[in-house]
Design a protein around this ligand. Structure first.
Ligand SMILES: Cc1cc2nc3c(=O)[nH]c(=O)nc-3n(C[C@H](O)[C@H](O)[C@H](O)COP(=O)(O)OP(=O)(O)OC[C@H]3O[C@@H](n4cnc5c(N)ncnc54)[C@H](O)[C@@H]3O)c2cc1C
Length: 506
């Protein structure tokens, strides 16, 4: 293993009158930021880097969310990094993911580089100084801090961690029970023997319902429209067989990743070539898991209006969501909410449901680059006016890359690909003596048709629809496309020609 500087003090920066400087500033210590730190250490051992994280510890999504049952819905062979074998069950709890990240930090001595409780609010690029000046607040003391950086490696995710998205419904203030958003779950929330409503139909609702059902009096999922679910045992038989054969864990990790990705590619293809057949299979699986007396809910509660794969398909390990329905502890209602009442919800159909606790599993507030106010030479940056270069850098914005992972495939597959790209770019800059790299549309591309960040025909969850107008655009050809397609990007990103004129080096 290559060694990295053990301290966070920049070796060339001894002048105490200047703010601290780093070569690469990584924003965020979630799975992307920790991966970025690992790759910088491995691939760019001469670069000094600092990771700034606003929370008091690492993990991002997996620390923020503390609701009952919180777990991944991707398998950890692909949601884990390519460099660190996953040895547990494919679907993992938040705590298991945090333990895995903790091992990555320890095994690679990343801790000295990470500073917690550092919330960044402004980033200013100076063309004269050829660097970013980043400022923010230390949560422990309320002090302001300033750090300058040659390159910003944005790993701050895609949603606001401090507060989830809750629509406003009439009558919310008159409800006498407790309203909770899964993103700000109170540790002392007592739901034992209570009547609970979960508003929402996504992975979050599907996770918390089986986790809470045994303890509540009854839990009702109220959804405006159904979601596709796919269920299966929470095991990977290939991995288990290879383990029985005493195959090395690093090999198992690689083989199982390839097999999962191969199967996912085939499944995705089928979703587009024979969507009706896939739909019939998914619904058939739900029907098979429900007791005969509940089979009517397949039509009312589990048959979406869209075709499979237009939104993430939620995985239900061991069919646990359906168990609660079968034993009468959980139910699903598809309806519009008319109003909150003193005692629960009144629905558009006229039905009322009483509850002590209403959980709004209604999603995120998408935010663009960590709610940081970016300026270039005093000009505020509007990211929606930029065009994304390989879905990671932006026209007119120097020395910055953003990790926005995959939705259909695991997020981290893209985090690893972007890390390789950033490290290659940093080497290229050093080799060519450039301090600055900025994507610019080339001659003839000024009138290229611009498309939304993510094609809404292709993938359209609510939080993206609500926030799409804030996000960068993509073009209609490479390197300006953001396809969200791992299977093409795994070949395109590593071979992207850095000298094709789309990146301008100074
Ligand atoms: C409940 C839930 C389950 C999910 N399950 C899966 C799954 O199974 N598979 C999958 O592929 N994806 C899943 N996702 C998507 C998931 O968010 C990503 O996969 C991944 O965890 C994102 O990692 P990240 O490090 O990029 O961002 P985050 O986890 O969002 O971490 C970003 C970090 O940056 C910090 N930060 C943000 N702004 C600032 C700032 N201004 N200053 C300093 N620090 C800042 C935040 O505090 C946070 O710690 C899930 C998301 C949720 C909410």
């Amino acid at each position: 293993m290559t060694s990295a500087p053990a301290t966070t003090e920049h070796p060339a920066d001894s002048d105490p009158s200047r703010p601290e400087h780093t070569d690469v500033l990584v924003v965020g210590a979630g799975i992307s930021g920790i991966g970025a730190a690992y790759h910088l250490r491995q691939q760019c051992p001469d670069k000094h880097y600092i990771v700034l994280e606003s929370q008091d510890d690492f993990g991002g999504t997996w620390r923020t969310h503390r609701y009952p049952g919180i777990r991944s819905d991707s398998d950890l062979y692909t949601f884990g990094y390519r460099f660190k074998p996953w040895t547990g069950k494919p679907i993992a709890t938040a705590q298991e993911i945090l333990d895995y990240l903790s091992e990555v930090i320890d095994e690679n001595d990343l801790a000295p580089h990470i500073r917690y409780g550092h919330d960044i609010d402004t980033a200013v690029w100076s063309s004269d100084d050829r660097r970013w000046t980043v400022q923010g607040t230390r949560s422990a003391t309320g002090d302001r801090f300033t750090i300058t950086a040659s390159f910003l490696y944005m790993c701050q995710g895609y949603y606001r961690h401090s507060q989830g998205y809750t629509p406003t419904w009439p009558g919310m203030d008159r409800f006498r029970g407790t309203i909770v958003h899964p993103q700000t779950w109170p540790d002392d929330l007592d739901y034992q023997g209570k009547r609970v409503i979960v508003i929402g139909s996504g992975a979050t609702a599907a996770t918390m319902i089986p986790a809470m059902a045994p303890d509540v009096e009854h839990i009702t999922m109220v959804q405006r429209s159904p979601t596709y679910f796919i269920s299966g045992r929470n095991v990977n038989e290939l991995a288990d067989t290879l383990r029985d054969l005493d195959v090395d864990e690093a090999w198992i990790h690689e083989i199982v990743r390839r097999k999962i990705l191969f199967d996912q590619a085939a499944f995705t293809r089928r979703c587009f070539t024979e969507p009706e057949a896939v739909k019939a299979e998914l619904l058939g699986d739900v029907r098979a898991r429900l007791a005969p007396e509940h089979s009517e809910v397949v039509d009312t509660a589990f048959t979406p209006s869209y075709l499979p794969w237009r939104q993430r398909i939620a995985f239900v390990p061991d069919g646990d969501l359906f168990e609660g329905i079968n034993n009468g502890k959980a139910s699903v209602v598809t309806d519009e909410i008319d109003t909150f009442t003193e005692t629960g919800l009144a629905l558009a159909s006229g039905e009322t449901i009483d509850a002590d606790i209403i959980i709004t599993a209604t999603g995120f507030n998408l935010n663009v680059l960590g709610d940081i106010a970016f300026t270039i030479d005093d000009e505020p940056i509007d990211f929606s006016e930029t065009v994304a270069y390989h879905g990671t850098m932006f026209t007119g914005i120097p020395n910055m890359a953003w990790v926005f992972g995959y939705f259909r495939a695991s997020w981290t597959l893209r985090a690893d690909l972007i890390a390789d790209f950033v490290c290659r770019l940093l080497h290229h800059m050093d080799d060519s003596g450039a301090d600055i790299v900025v994507p610019r549309l080339r001659a003839g591309e000024e009138n290229m048709p611009l498309l939304p960040w993510v094609d809404p025909e292709n993938f359209n969850p609510g939080y993206l629809q609500r926030g799409m107008h804030l996000l960068p655009k993509q073009g209609d050809h490479e390197p300006w496309r953001h396809t969200q397609d791992y299977w093409s990007e795994k070949d395109i990103m590593p071979t992207a020609d850095l000298d094709d004129g789309a990146l301008v080096f100074e």
